[in-house]
Design a protein around this ligand. Sequence first.
Ligand code: 9GP
Length: 826
Amino acid sequence: MATNPTTLAPRAAEASRHGLDSESLQRDVLENLVSLQARYPAIATPHDWYMALAYSVRDRLLVRWVETVQSYAARDVRIACYLSAEFLIGPQLGNNLVNLGIEADAREAMLALGQDLDAVMALEEEPGLGNGGLGRLAACYLDSLATLEMPAIGYGIRYEFGIFRQAIRDGWQVEETDKWLQKGNPWEIVRPEVAYYVNFGGHTHSETDAEGRFRVRWIAANQVKGVACDTPVQGYRVETCNTLRLWRSEAVESFDLADFNVGDYYGAVEQKVVSETLSKVLYPNDEPEMGKRLRLAQQYFFVSCSLQDMLRLLQQKGEPIERFADVFVAQLNDTHPSIAVAELMRLLLDECGLQWGQAWDITQRALAYTNHTLLPEALETWGLPLFRGLLPRPLEIIYEINRRFLDEVRQRHPGDESRVSRMSLIDESGDRRIRMAHLATVGSHAINGVAALHSTLLRETVLRDFAELWPERFHNVTNGVTPRRFLALCNPGLARLLDQTVGEGWIADLTRLRGLEAHADDEAFQQRWRAIKNANKEALAKHIHSATGVAVDPRALFDIQVKRIHEYKRQHLNALYIVALYQRLRREPQLALAPRCFVFGGKAAPGYAMAKLIIRLINGIAEVVNNDPAMEGRLKVVFFPNFNVKSAHHIYPAADLSEQISTAGKEASGTGNMKFMMNGVLTIGTLDGANVEIREEAGAENFFLFGLHAQDVERLQREGYRPADHVTANDELREALELIASGHFLRGQSDVFRPLVENLTQWDHFLALADYADYVACQARVDAAWQDPATWTRMSILNTARSGKFSSDRAIREYGDRIWGLAPMK
Ligand code: 9GP
């Protein structure tokens, strides 16, 4: 349909110019169906329709994308580079429709073509390029950077296989490979011309060049090529469309050829296979890094490609190397990219010919480090032999950084050799290992934790000596999540009510939700609020049924714990409570307890036996409880398999109660807690991570608090904790543990859960038993509040109303102001 833009009203003309109206979308979907999918409507599969629509939407991003890239190249701006081994971006179609503001048009266009938009969106494969919170945080931050129109590039790895798919067989987790690229990825633009070479192995050679300058050359044993694969990141209703650049590894042809010429064809092919393996698969976390050579190679690979890319962009802008840190600031998302400290130094010294002092000044000004965990087992270290074998030149540079750094420490604290060995970049206590958190800290101008409590503990424990040395470098930036995906997109019913009540502005300024407070006691408003929640619960009930076969009643209290399975997150504490409830209800069928449906979701690291056992336990409890007629209408237990961003869209909006029950001091922040809160879900939680701030914002009366505080946990563990005392003191707990140990939840097999019970009663590293009684008491308060719908709904409304702080827009503004010196650019 031909339209003349000059005759349209300004908004309609704008929409038409970019083809954002429903007619042009419809036309393009049909065209793409033929030209890209080689299909006509009568024989098109649902997936063909998805691809045709996705390409049509991507085309609408391209103009803004190209213009954004162009303006960064041309203007004097500082660009934030977010370096992260994980970007858990989730499905793209719905989010791009929301951010472009064309969801309704797309719905109309697809309807006219005989297709249902929701069904089409459901077909999108999930790019699971992350493990959990850390990778999802990176994706939320990209969304906010684009929405706030801040110049930014996300740099990471384009894994061919993302996080494994979790299947549940006979109650056990089974890992299946995630073939997310099998049917193609319409969002990605591969740029073979943007490619860099990365060295591995070999040795170094020192020489003096023609001008008498000392130079080190790295004679690599092999090289791998990194090719840029770009994904557009559209901001919410703005012109800015930033880039997520992920590196795919390829073999370097010249290396193959060398072998081929001497007749070793198979050797050459093998080399090619090894090179291409580098970006093959994402490592699941929560497993020791020990000996994972490929993981270190992945980290170096993506960091080196990214820094080389920045140097190229600098040159393209016509800026001298001395201006590197004025043009770029690189945020290291955890220690995974911390090798950037050594690699940037190497590039500046060996490739650009700078002197040490100048190179170090640029490196420190350009880098900043975010710590995401205090758990000792999760703080990365690499054994020296492995590191030296793979990265001989970066290792030399690390030695030199360490030598100069320890001189500084000795000058400040003469004679304090124990401090020197505590702070060294090399742990000499056992087999020698490089401490990546120390490397990141020493090489950065700013270091931050991800929630107020976490940042305090970081300064007081893991990085205490460093915080004493450079107090001004330590910050806190509490995490945030994007309200576009986790409210506007995933909870359209609530979003509509919010639009009507506080105006559409909340999507880009979440603090406007405060306007809901005035309606918290309004009965009619409460009714609408509940109706939306109920509809979301009905929808989730359908998903649960199709995924597990379990029928759940949407009228029950939906009590949900979704996150990675880990002992510190204490899914087993929740499970213990369910067993106790089950016993209580069996004993006293008349007990006035509100019907509850417990939902769990989350993956366990494949090598983490205890976490996998916890999954088996939950499934065992589910089997017994759900098949017991006496529990009908009272208690249901569900393990929702393969929890990911896609299923999260259905889960957060449908929850009543959010379980955030980690041992105080162990969860750095948590971000699921924020997604639940935005969706009007009440939290039962400990004073851990961002829960502390959620409670402060929501008001203590709108949060179910229980458990030991971080300092109590630390003291108890220091003084000697005896979990058995709690078992002796609490009959209900003892009986629950006995029932589990007896094999009641595993068809009588008594040996399987015994390690779990023994672990709890003998060591209980995460103090589940110490918090048990208080948790149960708190759950009773939850039950009482639930039985009064007006009270509960009021609390729910106030939680949403006060969730503004937890928008990733606020977090990104803080990074911009405090760490990057970066402002929005229209
Ligand atoms: O465990 C933390 C989690 O609490 C936090 O919300 C998330 C994002 O900051 O990072 C997680 N850390 C890791 O995944 C590994 O350090």
